[in-house]
Design a protein around this ligand. Structure first.
Ligand code: SF4
Length: 408
């Protein structure tokens, strides 16, 4: 059996690949790319059909962060000429959210820069959630406010939040290279707090920061251990004025291989193409939809995405459909667990202790190195000088924090 047959078979059974198999996906050549996409696509369709979940970002508080995350345009010392503003009022945030919902988004992601919220900030976000849900009770709300202190996740849950996002971003081994003001363990702790409060956990990564294939595989397996319901995959947008401005390491083909690896490791988890979609996948975005089942509609926190209508057209043209508010995103076995029906670890192949947990034996010894997909003479494309597509990085100048209408 070759690598892709093994991975497809495992994905259909919600069994993780071995670390070696995950690395082998990243090592496939450009000649093998469509076969990789097709294999990941079979797994995606098994668990998510042809649905694409749309999520909409509302940046509640932009810039002026005291943390030093190297990838972030809002970091301490950032020279990026982004919008800077303090907390939006609840009605302002709700107005921005409503534009996203009207455009087809079923989840609104409320994001604020900063190390973590104060208790007063939790009050503000609670008021904002009330304003959003008062307008449409079916909208899913995810909060992304940084590191949580004790009881803050519970307060967000009580306020009506459905989910909490906090990304691991990169491997534990390299975390200290990108951020010094907090630790990888801090991030793991916040995801655990969200889980503990009964919030749906959302945690993902950023690719393209100079990490190795091993780092990428490490962070994706670490995410799987955290058992999130959704995994956003960001592709670094190298903002001028940040320490990683020169890190143009990604090609569309590399991005697709990374998405496929994430899908194989997290077969039944919502995999979201997040920031950097337009910058790095470019005209290959529709192929990404065959692997991921979720994207952000419209703009990002500090940069502009393609027009919301272009997102919708792309989904339709590629043969997919926007997931409706009444549809359940997760496969039934995970949705039941997320709703508190019990048995999460047993039912979820992405659990931390289930029978098919990472690298476990009972699911059948697939630990040997798989055969290559096929002998191929080509290599994987790598980014070169002309891949520095700074022309595609557009600082957000519309929507939340401006007088201009949001892009949705
Ligand atoms: S804590 Fe958040 S807003 Fe602040 S620098 Fe890090 S990623 Fe950016």
């Amino acid at each position: 059996m070759d690598l892709l047959d093994i991975l497809t078979d495992k994905g259909l059974r919600r069994e993780p690949p071995t670390r070696e198999e995950a690395l082998a996906v990243l090592a496939t050549t450009d000649d093998q790319l469509l076969e990789v996409v097709a294999a990941a696509g079979r797994v995606r369709r098994q668990w998510f059909g042809r649905r694409v979940k749309l999520n909409y970002l509302v940046n509640l508080k932009s810039g002026l962060c005291p943390e030093d995350c190297s990838y972030c345009s809002q970091r301490l010392g950032s020279k990026a000429e982004i919008l800077k503003y303090t907390w939006l009022k609840p009605d302002q945030a709700a107005e921005a959210a409503a534009a996203g919902v009207a455009g087809g988004a079923k989840r609104v992601c409320l994001v604020a820069s900063g190390r973590g919220p104060t208790d007063r900030d939790i009050d503000r976000v609670a008021d904002t959630i009330a304003a959003i849900k008062g307008a449409d009770e079916h909208v899913e709300v995810c909060a992304c406010l940084g590191l949580l202190s004790d009881n803050q996740a519970e307060r967000l849950k009580a306020a009506g939040a459905d989910a909490y996002n906090h990304n691991l971003n990169t491997s534990e081994a390299t975390y200290g290279d990108i951020t010094t003001t907090h630790t990888y363990a801090d991030r793991v702790d916040t995801v655990a707090k969200a889980h503990g409060a009964g919030l749906s956990a959302c945690s993902g990564l950023i690719a393209g920061m100079g990490e190795s294939d091993e780092d990428l595989v490490d962070v994706v397996f670490a995410l799987r251990e955290l058992d999130p319901d959704s995994v956003p995959v960001n592709f670094l947008i190298p903002f001028e004025g940040t320490p990683l401005a020169e890190e143009w390491n990604l090609t569309p083909q590399r991005c697709l291989r990374i998405l496929a690896m994430v899908r194989f490791v997290c077969p039944d988890i919502e995999v979201r193409i997040a920031g950097g979609r337009e910058v790095h996948l470019r005209s290959m975005q529709p192929l990404g939809l065959h692997i991921a089942n979720s994207i952000f509609l419209g703009d990002y926190l500090t940069s502009e995405g393609q027009a919301g209508q272009a997102d919708l057209d792309m989904i339709k043209d590629a043969g997919f459909e926007v997931e409706g508010a009444a549809e359940t995103t997760l496969p039934r076995h995970r949705a039941r667990a997320a709703a508190g029906c019990g048995g999460h670890q047993e039912e979820s192949a992405c659990g931390t202790g289930g029978g098919c947990g990472t690298g476990c034996g009972p699911c059948g010894g697939h630990g040997e190195a798989p055969e290559a997909v096929e002998a191929a003479s080509s290599t994987a494309s790598t980014a070169s000088e002309d891949e520095a597509r700074t022309d595609l990085v557009r600082v957000r100048r519309r929507g939340a924090g401006t007088e201009l209408a949001p892009n949705a």
